[in-house]
Design a protein around this ligand. Sequence first.
Ligand SMILES: Cc1cc2nc3c(=O)[nH]c(=O)nc-3n(C[C@H](O)[C@H](O)[C@H](O)COP(=O)(O)OP(=O)(O)OC[C@H]3O[C@@H](n4cnc5c(N)ncnc54)[C@H](O)[C@@H]3O)c2cc1C
Ligand SMILES: *[C@@H]1O[C@H](CO)[C@@H](O)[C@H](O)[C@H]1NC(C)=O
Ligand SMILES: *[C@@H]1O[C@H](CO)[C@@H](O)[C@H](O)[C@H]1NC(C)=O
Ligand SMILES: *[C@@H]1O[C@H](CO)[C@@H](O)[C@H](O)[C@H]1NC(C)=O
Ligand SMILES: *[C@@H]1O[C@H](CO)[C@@H](O)[C@H](O)[C@H]1NC(C)=O
Ligand SMILES: *[C@@H]1O[C@H](CO)[C@@H](O)[C@H](O)[C@H]1NC(C)=O
Ligand SMILES: *[C@@H]1O[C@H](CO)[C@@H](O)[C@H](O)[C@H]1NC(C)=O
Ligand SMILES: *[C@@H]1O[C@H](CO)[C@@H](O)[C@H](O)[C@H]1NC(C)=O
Ligand SMILES: *[C@@H]1O[C@H](CO)[C@@H](O)[C@H](O)[C@H]1NC(C)=O
Ligand SMILES: *[C@@H]1O[C@H](CO)[C@@H](O)[C@H](O)[C@H]1NC(C)=O
Ligand SMILES: *[C@@H]1O[C@H](CO)[C@@H](O)[C@H](O)[C@H]1NC(C)=O
Length: 537
Amino acid sequence: MDTINPLWFLLSTLTMVLLSLVQATSDSSPLETFLNCLSHHSPSSISNAIYTLNNSSFLSILHMHTYNHRFSASTVPKPLAIVTALHESHVQDSVKCAKISGLQIRIRSGGHDTEGLSYVSDVPFIVLDMFHLGSIDVNIENGTALVQVGATIGQVYYHIANKSNVHAFPAGVCPTMGSGGHFSGGGYGNLMRKYGLSVDNIIDARLVDVNGNILDRKAMGEDLFWAIRGGGGASFGVILSWKIKLVSVTPNVTVFRVKRTLEDGATDLVYKWQLIATEFPENLFLRSTFEVVNCTQGGKKTLQVSFIGLFLGQSGTMLNLLNESFPELGLVQSDCTEMPWVNSTLYWSNYPNGTSIEALLDVPEEPGSYYFKTMSDYVKKPIAKDDLKSIWDFMIKSERVKMEWNPYGGKMHEISSSETPFPHRAGNLFLIEYLTSWSEDGIDATNHYLKISRSFYKFMTPYVSNSPRGAFLNYRDLNLGANRPSNVTRIGIGQNYGIKYFKGNFERLVKVKTKVDPNNFFRHEQSIPPLSLYVGK
Ligand SMILES: Cc1cc2nc3c(=O)[nH]c(=O)nc-3n(C[C@H](O)[C@H](O)[C@H](O)COP(=O)(O)OP(=O)(O)OC[C@H]3O[C@@H](n4cnc5c(N)ncnc54)[C@H](O)[C@@H]3O)c2cc1C
Ligand SMILES: *[C@@H]1O[C@H](CO)[C@@H](O)[C@H](O)[C@H]1NC(C)=O
Ligand SMILES: *[C@@H]1O[C@H](CO)[C@@H](O)[C@H](O)[C@H]1NC(C)=O
Ligand SMILES: *[C@@H]1O[C@H](CO)[C@@H](O)[C@H](O)[C@H]1NC(C)=O
Ligand SMILES: *[C@@H]1O[C@H](CO)[C@@H](O)[C@H](O)[C@H]1NC(C)=O
Ligand SMILES: *[C@@H]1O[C@H](CO)[C@@H](O)[C@H](O)[C@H]1NC(C)=O
Ligand SMILES: *[C@@H]1O[C@H](CO)[C@@H](O)[C@H](O)[C@H]1NC(C)=O
Ligand SMILES: *[C@@H]1O[C@H](CO)[C@@H](O)[C@H](O)[C@H]1NC(C)=O
Ligand SMILES: *[C@@H]1O[C@H](CO)[C@@H](O)[C@H](O)[C@H]1NC(C)=O
Ligand SMILES: *[C@@H]1O[C@H](CO)[C@@H](O)[C@H](O)[C@H]1NC(C)=O
Ligand SMILES: *[C@@H]1O[C@H](CO)[C@@H](O)[C@H](O)[C@H]1NC(C)=O
């Protein structure tokens, strides 16, 4: 992997020289070139889809899907234009015209990227916004659905349930995530022990490649189809839609959420949880989440652990199971509620009891109002009780860091780690998501909380996977290593984050990238580099 193909290097250099010549001689700005090109390709309908700074709704369109408030500040670089594609051909034309005008493209579906990479860049760029392309066509007879990338996963859940109460799809918990980014980054949720990730249940896709052609699975070939199921779509093309395979659930599922503080013996519970949550029957998913709360008296802080369960079956069966394997939790019938699976998706994302399932159709119309930073880790060995206590001490001191522990086992351990680019399968006990969030404005607050989140990550080093320290692409973290698109040199590109997110699958991703986008048109701070730019460690 450490040989550089001189031909690609020459070609990409040549392309850049040619592009700058075109710009210099045509005497128009890249934006003008881009807009002229679009009006030639799509003369009629596309003008309704283009927003430049001249349009009064430019900022509201930009921020409608800016989920992390860290990236809506006025100091954050803005795109020259936003194309809110109304038709697949608008996507094809945007790719062709961005290439001609030398502009970078950022692709956005639901805008939940934790580092804002779908709408921020440090070079002149346009945003290709996919939210209008959001149709969902559920085919119960064949157990499949066609989902355009602009559909949120909440909408996917709703439309499945509108046709059947015994079908479902394994994906994440926050209903406003877009299926474009969420699925192409893996997509996990509370059905993962039974059915794996979203990408384990995708059977076809349509994508616009670097030449502006639309390819389905057959046309793109198995390598590229493999790469976009967990390798991140934005390195390879623009995904238009997915064909997903529905999975089956019981007419009612059982949910519960019980809270235990350190004073209630949470340390022992969490220690035991590590030993058994991976071993439960795959119908049971038991997440634990951790946050610092006030003690009821004395103004002291303590750690509170929430155990949140989803069981595909009736509460009696589940209570028997837990009474046998986890009696210390003390779960009782009144903690449990039976409801259709679709209602359970609202329950899991903390909607108030009684919320109508139509809420799953909602999309945010305001930018996210809080700032956050996420990170992730994989744990392979149970963490000793004394170590758990020092983790709690660290959290209580810093107050604002939270964690979510998601058990593996079941289907996650049966699927080979090279089946999709997502490599974290057998051998992992659980996935940690770290979340630091704040609402104070200003750079000082941001730096303060980013520093806390980094120090917690550092503190956790001895307890989590190493060589490499694994990370989950969907919890994108630029601390793992990043390239600046304005300065793509051969040095250091792709070295750190690629191995952490994809382990041994990274090299295959580089091969696919080299084949389908050798000049690295589709790129961002953590994209997959083509071989010409990649120097292995
Ligand atoms: C509150 C919150 C909760 C979350 N919960 C979960 C969870 O339960 N499970 C989980 O797995 N993840 C979770 N995530 C992470 C989430 O899955 C990722 O942020 C995901 O990338 C979001 O997809 P999106 O389309 O909304 O994001 P976007 O910001 O639109 O895109 C994310 C990335 O995908 C690329 N992309 C988007 N659309 C396309 C496309 N059509 N073609 C090619 N590339 C594309 C973007 O360019 C960007 O690189 C959560 C994130 C947040 C903020
Ligand atoms: C935005 O403004 C341009 C002119 O600056 C116009 O051509 C285009 O139609 C406007 N877009 C929308 C969506 O109104
Ligand atoms: C924006 O408006 C200005 C002045 O009205 C005009 O000169 C310019 O061409 C417009 N830009 C675009 C991209 O439409
Ligand atoms: C289900 O799939 C079969 C075979 O692919 C196809 O012939 C049939 O039309 C599909 N049914 C529906 C309702 O689309
Ligand atoms: C749900 O299905 C019914 C028909 O069964 C349909 O009338 C309704 O429009 C659907 N809801 C949505 C939001 O599509
Ligand atoms: C905890 O108590 C402090 C004051 O003692 C208060 O400011 C804070 O909001 C409380 N936090 C929670 C989560 O209740
Ligand atoms: C749990 O199991 C014990 C022993 O088998 C039994 O006595 C108890 O009633 C059970 N509790 C519940 C809630 O089922
Ligand atoms: C599902 O649970 C509800 C109570 O929430 C109950 O009324 C209903 O009969 C149950 N349905 C099935 C099929 O078990
Ligand atoms: C939800 O509200 C209903 C009606 O108010 C109540 O009967 C039920 O117990 C509540 N469920 C939960 C889980 O709080
Ligand atoms: C599930 O959602 C439907 C539709 O919003 C609602 O009518 C029903 O009461 C809910 N059931 C439960 C058990 O929450
Ligand atoms: C580009 O990146 C290289 C390697 O990281 C660095 O040495 C160089 O100074 C950077 N150049 C600019 C202009 O930022």
